[in-house]
Write a protein that binds this ligand. Structure first.
Ligand code: COA
Ligand code: MG
Length: 293
């Protein structure tokens, strides 16, 4: 995350392109982004009609406040190539690529977007949901350092990872956590945003809020969501807390004092504070300002 380009992605809601009732709700939702899904939330028999709805969905685009992303089917599937072209024509904020295994799986759709004159503002997001993606995550993330790749965000696909690896899904996510932390490290190395996977039990908001708090502590920028009821807790968990904002302000004020102008390290309320903490504080304050926290 850079302060200049900070875009909140605390709450990112999947909406099946085939579900008119859910689509009708979009203008009233306070999520930071929506992912119009053509992939796993849409049955094979509905794939083509769901794709045909995209243009209408984007014509009625509620506002620019909320990012709008399209998740296409895998390019190896019978729908992927046409999904990519149809999504590109809508000029979404991003196209989310499922089942990415290698850097090539990002570079190839990027070339298609270039060949079809998609504006540079159309970015790519990548699902990290296969064993191969985890083995190749460093080189995939490195694409984030090249703006020409369009890659700006990873989305953890935890349901697929559980399915593909055979691990047991436990409430504390003990077997998933090492892989989630690997995603955090790779995303930071590549300068990418990173969203946590979905929480399936959408009626259990207490457990959901707990998982959001853990994901924020792990370094995720936000969470992918399946139900509108999950938006509020995600917005709260991934926003800087009031205490964190107050502390950042005091760090900034301390370094602004004339007596500290030349200091690299100062003492503040009995703690050592370095200039790197000032950078961190400024980032946090920019983030808080952007989301109105
Ligand atoms: N986006 C927008 N609106 C949604 C929504 C979503 N993802 N999920 C539910 N809603 C709406 C419903 O349409 C309903 O609207 P209404 O008040 O006009 O009737 C309202 O929120 C309450 O929904 P509820 O009855 O609690 O849930 P449901 O049984 O209709 O739907 C799911 C439950 C899980 C089927 C649904 O939330 C869903 O499809 N989620 C997305 C799944 C998905 O995209 N998966 C792929 C990525 S993992
Ligand atoms: Mg998936």
């Amino acid at each position: 995350m850079t302060t200049e380009t900070y875009r909140p992605r605390r709450s990112v809601l999947y909406v099946p392109a085939s579900n008119d009732k859910a689509l009708a709700k979009l203008p009233s939702l306070a999520c930071d982004a929506v992912i119009i899904d053509l992939e796993d939330a849409v049955a094979p028999a509905d794939k083509v009609s769901a794709r045909e709805k995209l243009a209408g969905i984007f014509a009625d685009r509620p506002s620019r406040r909320c990012e709008m992303v399209v998740r296409i089917n895998a390019l190896s599937s019978e729908w992927g190539a046409d999904d990519l072209l149809a999504a590109a024509r809508c000029e979404p904020d991003a196209i989310l690529l499922p089942k990415v295994d290698t850097p090539r799986d990002v570079l190839e759709p990027g070339d298609v977007l270039d060949d079809n004159f998609a504006p540079d503002a159309v970015k790519l997001w990548a699902m990290i949901e296969t064993p191969k993606a985890l083995l190749n995550i460093g080189p995939i993330a490195e694409l984030g350092r090249d703006p020409a790749s369009r890659l700006v965000c990873f989305v953890a696909g935890t349901n697929d990872l559980v399915k593909e690896t055979g691990i047991l899904a436990t409430p504390d996510r003990r077997y998933l956590t090492p892989w989630l932390m690997q995603m955090v490290l790779a995303a930071r190395a590549g300068g990418l945003d990173l969203l946590d996977g979905v929480f399936n039990d959408f009626r259990d908001l207490d457990a959901f809020a707990r998982e959001c708090g853990e994901a924020a502590a792990m370094g995720f920028d936000g969470k992918s969501l399946i139900h509108p009821a999950q938006i509020e807790a995600a917005n709260r968990a991934f926003a800087p807390s009031a205490e964190a904002v107050a502390e950042a302000r005091s760090v900034k004020e301390a370094f602004a004092l004339a007596e500290n102008a030349g200091s690299q390290v100062i003492a503040l309320n009995g703690k050592m504070v370095e200039r790197l903490h000032l950078t961190q504080a400024e980032k946090l304050l920019a983030k808080a300002a952007a989301i109105g926290a």
